[in-house]
Ligand binder design. Structure first.
Ligand SMILES: [Fe+2]
Length: 251
């Protein structure tokens, strides 16, 4: 995300807010392209996003801890051991009923935190919630993401991958019930390498020396998904890309 991402998301949410009962965004890199500070978390919430999920970079700014501890609309991955904040939340849908949102993090090529499979399995059993459930699975390996999709197929409304920034072309409904995509994609500058200035990243690959990253400039894009879910059974009836590119640079 970064500044360009926050701006494009804010404009997009203002346009579509009335069409959706719930808007979820993974905001772990909304501040400077890496991490999320308290000010930007509140900014996104006030822009109309209902639930902010996160991932491995959520710990970068210290002032986010208080927000994680006190606010129900922001999540850190459920399977972090001994972490402040919460890994799931219930949201009251404006047109009736509740939805459960869960944030998980993968372990393949990532920090060896608690098992996301056993963690979500235990949580679902404990809560025994019969309504819609959305899982943001923040993970690196597509194998782990696909496996989680099938692990939860028929039990949750959606398993939506995040973290790798590039939107994948595999969104589908598993077992006629569960929306799945390996990665929802990034909201941020189009002409970039995962939101960063492309020349610097190329230089890093060429030289193999650390470089100071800069956020990319230029037009930004929202990558998202739109789900239609039966509020009583939790079954996903439709999944579609919901992408939007701004006409002018705004940051
Ligand atoms: Fe991440």
């Amino acid at each position: 995300m970064g500044c360009r991402g926050r701006k494009v998301v804010t404009s997009f949410v203002a346009k579509v807010r009335k069409e959706y009962e719930l808007i979820i965004a993974n905001a772990e890199n909304a501040s400077g392209g890496l991490g999320l500070n308290a000010k930007n978390a509140w900014e996104l919430k006030k822009a109309g996003i209902d639930i902010l999920t996160s991932g491995n970079h959520i710990w970068k700014f210290k002032d986010i801890i208080k927000v994680l501890e006190t606010e129900e609309w922001i999540l850190r991955p459920l399977n972090y051991p001994l972490a402040p904040g919460r890994g799931f939340t219930f949201f009251s849908l404006p047109q009736g009923g509740e939805i459960l949102v869960i944030n998980l993090q993968g372990r393949t090529f990532m920090e060896a935190i608690d098992c996301p499979f056993l963690g979500v399995d235990r949580l679902l059993e404990e809560l025994n919630f019969k309504g819609p459930v959305i899982v943001d699975f923040h993970a690196e390996a597509t194998s782990e993401k696909v496996a989680m999709g099938y692990f939860l197929a028929g039990r949750v409304s959606g398993v939506l991958g995040t973290h790798t920034h590039v939107q994948t072309n595999d969104c589908r409904i598993l077992d006629g019930f569960t929306a799945y995509i390996s990665d929802v994609g990034m909201c941020g500058p189009v002409e970039s390498v995962l939101g960063m200035e492309k020349g610097i990243i190329i230089e890093r690959f060429l030289s193999k020396r650390p470089q100071k990253f800069d956020l990319a400039k230029g037009k930004a894009k929202v990558c998202g998904l739109s789900l239609t879910i039966d509020r009583l059974t939790g079954r996903c009836e439709d999944i579609a890309f919901c992408n939007w590119e701004e006409e002018n640079d705004s940051c």
